[in-house]
Design a protein around this ligand. Structure first.
Ligand SMILES: N[C@@H](CCC(=O)N[C@@H](CS)C(=O)NCC(=O)O)C(=O)O
Length: 201
């Protein structure tokens, strides 16, 4: 299998962390790709020109980080990241965390292309509000979910990637002192090899 990715994408990090957690890393060739410039291989596998893309051994190009996670959860080894007893709960948390990544990533990329004043546009304000609402909502829902500390779910991974991405790209969002359940989760996940070997850079 090949994984087309770059080092700063939160979406690519989800795919990479899932591959490591599911014991697929040895079967995976990492193909560093540049979605912002001409990249023929990336275009060949994803006409939308975004990373990540997982190219399977039978030649299918799977895009969208969460679909890649579903695929690797099926073909990989070890416990499922989506235990049936907590299926809906984990999908809820995962969806909110992915929305948080979308708001943070779009904030960063629109600043890069239009300057920081874009934050004051109607859509910029909506993104900031989405971040401000989603962090406490995730903290409350995650506290109620009482996760076990020795198992990992897709929600654990996507929330931790979202938090680490915000700390990396939007350090002005001071979430760490405010949301203890989220802080504890990020600390726990950063200690895992899957996270420590995939830091944003
Ligand atoms: N919903 C997609 C988002 C992927 C995405 O936006 N990737 C960014 C990198 S962080 C990208 O390749 N952007 C290039 C572009 O939008 O043209 C996923 O979950 O994989």
């Amino acid at each position: 299998m090949e994984l087309l990715l770059n080092r700063t994408s939160p979406y690519a990090r989800i795919a990479r962390v899932v591959a490591l957690e599911k014991g697929c890393a040895d079967k995976l060739v990492l193909v560093w790709s540049d979605p912002w410039n001409e990249d023929a291989k990336l275009l060949q596998h994803n006409p939308v020109r975004r990373v990540p893309v997982l190219v399977t051994d039978d030649g299918h190009s799977i895009t969208e980080s969460l679909l890649i996670a579903l695929y690797l959860d099926q073909v990989g080894t070890g416990d499922t990241l989506l235990p049936p007893a907590r299926y809906a709960e984990i999908l809820q948390l995962t969806g909110w965390a992915q929305g948080l990544i979308d708001a943070a990533f779009t904030t960063m990329i629109t600043r890069k292309h239009h300057g920081k004043e874009i934050d004051d546009s109607v859509l910029g304000q909506r993104r900031r509000q989405a971040i401000e609402r989603t962090l406490p909502a995730l903290n409350t829902a995650y506290t109620a979910s009482l996760p076990s500390s020795d198992s990992v779910t897709l929600a654990d991974i996507v929330i931790a990637v979202a938090l680490d991405y915000i700390s990396f790209r939007l350090p002005e969002v001071e979430w760490q002192g405010k949301y203890p359940a989220l802080s504890a989760l990020r600390t726990r996940m950063l200690q895992r090899d899957s996270f420590s070997s995939t830091v944003f850079s």
